[in-house]
Design a protein around this ligand. Sequence first.
Ligand SMILES: O=C(COP(=O)(O)O)[C@H](O)[C@H](O)COP(=O)(O)O
Length: 322
Amino acid sequence: MSDAPPDVEVSPAVHRTAEDIGSMEIRGAATIAAAAAEALGEQADVSDADSPEAFRAELRAAARVLYDTRPTAVSLPNALRYVLRDVEGETVERLRASVRASVSEFCRRLDNAQTDLGRVGANRLRDGDTIMTHCHSTDVLACVETAVEQGKSLSAFVKETRPRNQGHITAEALDELGVDVTLIVDSAARRYLNDVDHVLVGADSIAADGSVINKIGTSGLAVNARDRGTPIVCAAQTIKLHPDTLTGHTVDIEMRDEREVVDRETAEGMGDPEVLNPAFDVTPPRYVDAIVTERGQFPPESIVSLMRDLFGEGTTEPWAEA
Ligand SMILES: O=C(COP(=O)(O)O)[C@H](O)[C@H](O)COP(=O)(O)O
C-alpha cells in the first residue's frame, strides 16, 4: 500500500477501510466501490484543511491510499473517479458538502443499478430452475432475489470457491432467500453441470472485448459449461466496465499471499514448492452467453458500445496528481 506524502493528512478511517479492503474484510467489487466512496466522505468530514487546495490534496491522497489496495476490481477506481469528478466549491465547507453529496449520489446509483440489474437477470430465470454459482456476487444475488420475489422456486449448486470459500457466504445468502442450496467443492462443478439450467457469475471487471474478469475458477467453469451446453451469464453493473481497456490496457490480475492457500508450518510432506495464488482470471467472451447490466442484457461482444457511451475513449486518474 502506498503512503500519502508526509505533509498531506489522510484520515485513520481511510487507512482502516484500505486495510479492510486489502485483507478482504471488505470484499466483492460493488461492496468495495461503496466502501471506497464512503471513505472519501469520511476524509472530507474530518478534514481540517485550511484552504480548498489543501482539502483537494487530502482527498487525492486518500483516493491514492484506497486505489492501491487491490488492482483487479475496476469498480474501485470508477468509484473514486465518480466522487472526485463532481467535487465543486470555492471554500472548504462547500467542498466538504459537495463530497458528501457526491458520495450519497454515488451510493444511491449503485443501489439502484443493482436493483435494476436484478430485474433483468430475473427474467432469464424460470420457476423450477437450478443455477450454479461461483464466489459471492451481490449482483448475482440481486437477480436471484428478484426471481424469488416473483414467486419462482429455485435450486442452486454453490461452488465452495477456494481458497477463501466465498461460496459459504453465497450459500447462506441463497438459503435466506429460500433457495434450495447444495454446496460442492470446486472440482465437482463439471459433474453437476448437466443438472444446471444457468451458471451465474459476477464480475470484477469487464474488458472492452467482452472478457469477464472474475474470481479465479470462473474461466474453467465457463469452458465446462459451454462444453455441456449450459448457458453462462455474468451479472455486472456498468461500474464493472473497465474504461482503460478501450485504449488497449489489460486488467491487472491480483496475486495474493500464499498463506491463503497453504500453511507451511503445518503442511507435512509437501516439500518446498512455489505456491501461486491468483485471485482472478479472464473468461474470453466466446464462453459467455450474456452480460446482464442495469442497462439491459448484452452479448459480450457488444459491451464495447455501452462502454464508449458511458466512458468515452478514456479516463483520468485524479488521484495520481500530487
Ligand atoms: O470475484 C468476486 C469477488 O472477489 P473477492 O472475494 O476476491 O473480492 C465477485 O464475483 C465480484 O467481485 C462481483 O461481486 P459483486 O457482484 O458483489 O460486485
